[in-house]
Design a protein around this ligand. Structure first.
Ligand code: AMP
Length: 216
């Protein structure tokens, strides 16, 4: 199972990847999450990435390609993976093709999560995440049972610094300019399926399972 979850920020890639990686027994490889961990640990990568992430831009391709090359060589990724947040540029997609070729693997499917822009803005600006297990909540449409506390693990909820309205607008612009061209890149190779990202979490998971079964 080697799949890419592609789509704008706030489309629900992380939520679905977290659930389906458990179900499928393959790791969720979320580059944004890896970068946030590096920022929290204060590593050189974290220091380099923080300013770019806070402004809503993209971390340079060479840095991201190095990071993903190292991650895909870990033993747990040998049986498959869900890529969540990578690739985000054509250069990253080309590097991924080369990397998979070197490893003797190929992609099974690319799933594009389609969500309207007003809905993305609404989701991201009201989003709260668990610091410990990364479960996502929404202040209005999916609040936790106790304010500020994760239902699942009791962890503290926080707002990502890049989920402010101004930064969200910039992230959506960067997505349209740099990441949306990947739809043609993968569409041209018949790997792409579009998933309606506006239903319930369970309905979306069911659509993903169907698309992946058909693709394989
Ligand atoms: P995410 O958690 O996927 O929304 O990513 C958060 C931030 O991390 C993005 O806004 C980028 O600044 C950075 N980032 C994550 N993945 C990538 C990538 N593949 N290429 C460049 N920057 C990335």
């Amino acid at each position: 199972m080697r799949v890419i979850f592609l789509g704008p920020p706030g489309a629900g890639k992380g939520t679905q990847a977290r659930e389906l990686s458990r179900e499928w027994g393959v790791p969720q490889i979320a580059t944004g999450e890896m970068l946030r961990e590096a920022v929290a640990a204060g590593t050189p990568l974290g220091r380099e990435a923080k300013r770019v992430m806070d402004s809503g831009g993209l971390v340079p391709d060479d840095v991201m390609i190095g990071l993903i090359a190292e991650r895909l060589r870990q033993p747990d990724a040998a049986r498959g993976f869900i890529l969540d947040g990578f690739p985000r540029t054509i250069a990253q997609a080309e590097a991924l093709d080369r990397l998979l070729k070197d490893l003797g693997h190929s992609l099974d499917a690319v799933l594009y999560f389609q969500v309207s822009e007003p809905e993305l803005l609404r989701r991201l600006t009201g989003r709260r995440l668990c610091r410990r297990c990364q479960t996502a909540y929404h202040l209005v449409s999916a609040p936790p049972r106790r304010p500020g506390v994760c239902d699942r693990c009791g962890g503290e909820l926080y707002q990502r610094p890049d989920d402010s309205e101004e930064t969200v607008r910039r992230r959506l612009e960067v997505y349209s300019r740099q990441t949306a061209p990947l739809l043609d890149y993968y569409g041209g190779r018949s790997l792409l399926s579009t998933i309606d990202g506006e239903g319930s979490v369970e309905a979306i998971a069911a659509a993903i399972r169907r698309a992946v079964t058909e693709a394989r």
